[in-house]
Design a protein around this ligand. Structure first.
Ligand code: PMP
Length: 453
């Protein structure tokens, strides 16, 4: 292809080179410290994803507050990445920072509850509607634990996922459709199993495929994001979630809704706004304002079956849990988040600015007649360098334009704006200002002008 996303390939490469040089030039201190990687770390980074940013070296952060991140060269960035959702409610939200300070001198982990935990159970019920909850430390773990229970209760081995999904490093979900054929997701280091033996994979929004896949009554659980947010952004067709709930019920399959990203929708997530009625509800990332924590909720039906299962099986080892989960620091931060940060008022602000961002980016795309589009779920906005809307993972895969996106990302950083790596995700937090949104729209316009020129 000589063009990507309607933009000439050479022009993309030129932009990337110019912007990479400008990035380096602006950061002499950072270049000296991390230009050749961080000492002592494999690959020069403490976590391998940090090498996946399109910048020549990772931004070395001095501090982050609200929706502003400052690097050690003193450069301030309007942060729309927000830790890829972990800080969706802003960096160090004041109520969370206060709660952490309060807990800091009272012990950080005991394998016992604190009084904050007494408040959290009812808060989770009020926010998300499900009656019984467990706490874990990452969304990955919450998904794994819930899937384990689903298999235990149904006695079925298989799960079903949607093509293009991501639910964390839950190995068994790492399957894809390639030309309609299920395969292990490419690039899985060390995966010796054929994951397609236990995971069915179909396209999102494909009710006929869903019906066919559930017909044999051999699927323990469907695990789904309400909107695919890890493959560009694919919204659910009207009626898709109704069909998903009906068909899972009819086949005795449990339904896990992973709200880790779609919690951007509004208070209580997509589930509450659209009246979904899942058997399991998973939320990680921002649930404790940036302190590592996740929650997984069970319906009444699942909880009573699980209690019966536990009575019958050998007592003792449940095979799930991580030692630091449900610690008092998590309780303190989660309580503050649920009581004071995840509020109707904050969500209204976020939604308002996200609409403005959506309209502003769409305006730029129209002005330069780019074959691109914008998708949004509440406070989460994504621009996609292909026409839309996208209907499934296969279309999303085709729409993904890594070289073009990398050039845009680094050009945005040089114009003071940080968005999430790997794709084009932008989050609005309660701390994000209208001026920041305007700066992002202007920066996007400036980059589009360069590309379209
Ligand atoms: N679920 C979804 C929908 C996600 O997007 C992610 C991470 N991007 C996860 C689960 C896993 O979260 P974590 O890496 O914090 O375990």
């Amino acid at each position: 292809r000589t063009s990507i996303g309607g933009i000439d390939r050479d022009r993309i490469a030129d932009l990337r080179e110019i912007e990479a040089a400008a990035f380096r030039k602006a950061r002499p201190k950072s270049q000296a410290k991390v230009g050749n990687g961080l000492p002592g770390f494999f690959g020069g980074v403490p976590m391998h994803w940090m090498n996946d940013w399109p910048t020549p070296f990772p931004i070395l952060v001095e501090s982050a507050r609200g929706a502003i991140l400052t690097d050690i060269d003193g450069i301030r960035l309007d942060d729309f990445c927000l830790g890829d959702t972990g800080s969706m409610f802003g960096h160090s939200p004041p109520p969370v920072a206060r709660a952490i300070r309060r807990q800091a001198g009272r012990g950080l982990t005991y394998m016992l509850p604190s009084e904050d935990a007494l408040a959290i159970g009812p808060l989770l019920q009020q926010h998300f509607g499900l009656p019984f909850w467990q706490i874990a430390t990452t969304a990955t773990d919450a998904n794994r634990f819930a899937l384990r229970v689903a298999r235990a209760l149904t006695g079925r081995e298989k799960i079903l996922v949607f093509n293009g999904c991501y639910h964390g490093s839950v190995d068994e979900t790492m399957v894809r459709l390639v030309d309609g054929v299920p395969v292990n997701r490419p690039g899985l280091a060390g995966e010796f199993r054929d994951l397609t033996r236990t995971a069915k994979v179909i396209e999102f929004n494909d009710v006929a495929a869903l019906e066919a896949a559930l017909r044999d009554k051999d699927v323990a659980c469907v695990i789904a994001e309400p909107v695919l947010t890890n493959s560009c952004m694919v919204l659910a067709d009207p009626g898709f979630h109704d069909a998903l709930r009906r068909l899972t019920r009819e086949s005795g399959t449990l339904l896990l809704i992973d709200e880790t990203h779609t919690i951007s929708t509004g208070l209580g997530g997509y589930t509450r706004k659209y009246g979904l009625d899942p058997d399991f509800f998973v939320l990680g990332k921002p649930i404790a304002g940036g302190v590592p924590a996740s929650v997984w909720g069970m319906s009444d039906g699942v909880a009573s079956r699980y209690a019966a299962y536990n009575r019958e099986k050998e007592p003792g080892y449940s095979g799930m849990g991580t030692t630091l989960s449900a610690n008092p620091l998590q309780f303190a931060a989660m309580r503050a988040t649920l009581e004071e940060v995840m509020t109707e008022e904050n969500y209204a602000r976020m939604d308002h600015l996200a609409r403005r961002l959506d309209a502003g980016l769409t305006g730029v795309i129209d002005r330069y007649r780019l074959p691109w589009h914008v998708a949004r779920v509440g406070a989460r906005v994504e621009f996609i360098c292909a026409p839309g809307p996208l209907r499934n993972g296969a279309e999303a895969e085709m729409a993904h334009a890594p070289e073009l996106e990398a050039a845009i990302h680094i050009a945005l950083v040089n114009r003071g704006v940080l968005i999430a790596p790997f794709h084009n995700m932008m989050l609005i937090s309660p701390a994000t200002s209208g001026a920041q949104v305007n700066r992002l729209i202007a920066a996007f316009g400036a980059v589009a002008a360069k590309l379209a020129a």
